[in-house]
Design a protein around this ligand. Structure first.
Ligand code: C5P
Length: 235
């Protein structure tokens, strides 16, 4: 069965609810994203087992950022979970990222490391204060260059930044903050899944629009019908 090139963000309040979403949607999507809310919650072991059982990909979005040795130990510890994707902040620096890569190698994991460029909650004023660079697109490109040079596998990037990152075509790009139809929540700039995938995203992350819907499968089917000739699907 073809699946939308998407990860579903499991951000519901309880992992009982998140487990229900995995059971409902696993035939339709590529993977599930476990972030702070579901990882630091009870039943996270059960949630992770359910994702593994479903044969969908597990994306552990813990956005690691610490001294190199601590990040390395974190990945050593996570090796028991063996996620398919894991995130860290590129701003943690070269040595931190190299330590992460070396832990993946040492533990013989197939986990892909994705670097967060610039949080979309930071604007030009913030980036000028922190990095002395007001142009956020320039900064995102600089972070991507750094990530490429230390051989991490990919980037987390906003729909807005995909076009400036086109030349990094060997890096996996995962884009959060994605909608299929909706426009009515708190995110100011909305990117639609078909636009992000056409602009170079390898996968998109969809959250509330699906997990809070009473009929998520109907939404996915309707979306599929509207976009059937576009290359938005994976096995
Ligand atoms: O808005 P939505 O519920 O679809 O967000 C899905 C997921 O993407 C959430 O887990 C959120 O933390 C993440 N996200 C992100 N960066 C953004 C927007 C959302 O990491 N700019």
């Amino acid at each position: 069965m073809k699946k939308l090139k998407s990860f579903i963000a499991l951000d519901l309040k309880s992992n009982t609810q998140n487990i229900t979403i995995v059971k409902k949607l696993h035939r339709h999507v590529y993977g599930f994203k476990v972030g702070y809310r579901s990882f630091y919650n009870n039943r996270s072991n059960e949630l992770i087992s359910e994702i593994k059982k479903s044969k969908c990909k597990l994306f552990l979005d813990l956005k690691l950022h610490d001294i190199p040795n601590t990040v390395k130990s974190a990945i050593d510890s996570l090796s028991k979970i063996n996620p398919d994707f894991i995130t860290l902040h590129i701003s943690g620096g070269n040595e931190m990222m190299k330590a992460a890569v070396s832990s993946i190698k040492k533990n013989k994991l197939k986990t892909k490391i994705l670097g967060v460029t610039l949080l979309t909650s930071l604007d030009g004023q913030d980036s000028e204060k922190i990095y002395k660079e007001r142009n956020t697109k320039k900064l995102v490109k600089k972070f991507a260059e750094i990530a490429k040079n230390v051989n991490i596998h990919g980037l987390i990037c906003s729909g807005d930044d995909l076009k400036v990152l086109r030349k990094f075509n060997k890096l996996i790009k995962i884009t959060p903050g994605i909608k299929m139809f909706a426009r009515n929540d708190d995110q100011k700039r909305v990117t639609f899944a078909h636009n992000a995938l056409q602009d170079g995203a390898s996968f998109v992350v969809i959250g509330r629009e699906l997990i809070e819907s009473k009929k998520p499968i109907d939404l996915l089917k309707k979306y599929g019908e509207q976009n059937k000739n576009k290359n938005l699907w994976t096995k």
